[in-house]
Design a protein around this ligand. Structure first.
Ligand SMILES: [Zn+2]
Length: 174
């Protein structure tokens, strides 16, 4: 049996551990079929994530503005309040924006061989696509979201709009 099986986990203890640590998330389990992790909000979260798996998000503490893009390319916001849960269908570009003092529980399906996740940034000024990071998420403990942010903020070229020339600034502290 998986070593994480039948282990009751205390979400309050997990959020406290994340709040006092350096890593913005903690993986609860990762098995052949499912992944569960708790994450705090990221300052300046700006990219849209396209997950080949459905996602279920439950706000443990605080509220989230879940930005998403419709198939027509329109940006919308679903507000998920503390204690509320939301289903985000596979393939929906979404950007979970919430404060570092807020925490979400996320449930996903383990990726199949050959499935990739996409992390895409759009220009604030004109809406053109800026940078897209494509990753095969084999092990969530490698923190693929943080790696994608390093690529984006680490390169002025990745942040420069080919259409209008606007350069997306780094948020403070990056
Ligand atoms: Zn632009």
């Amino acid at each position: 049996m998986n070593p994480n099986a039948m282990l009751a986990l205390d979400l309050e203890k997990i959020t406290a551990a994340i709040a006092s640590g350096t890593r913005p998330n903690q993986v609860l389990w990762q098995t052949e079929d499912s992944i569960a992790f708790v994450a705090r909000g990221r300052e300046g979260r700006s990219e849209f994530h396209v997950d080949p798996s459905d996602e279920v998000m439950y706000m443990i503490k605080g509220d989230m503005n879940l930005h998403y893009r419709t198939p027509e390319g329109e940006e919308k916001i679903a507000v998920i309040k503390e204690g509320q849960i939301v289903y985000c269908p596979a393939g929906t570009p979404h950007s979970p924006r919430f404060s570092p003092e807020a925490f979400v529980l996320v449930l996903e399906r383990t990726r199949h061989t050959g499935e990739d996740d996409r992390f895409t940034w759009f220009c604030d000024k004109c809406g053109a696509q800026l940078h897209q990071s494509v990753k095969h998420v084999a092990d969530y403990r490698e923190d693929p979201v943080s790696r994608a942010y390093e690529e984006f903020y680490g390169s002025e070229k990745n942040r420069t709009c080919a259409r209008c020339g606007h350069v997306t600034p780094r948020p403070p502290g990056r």
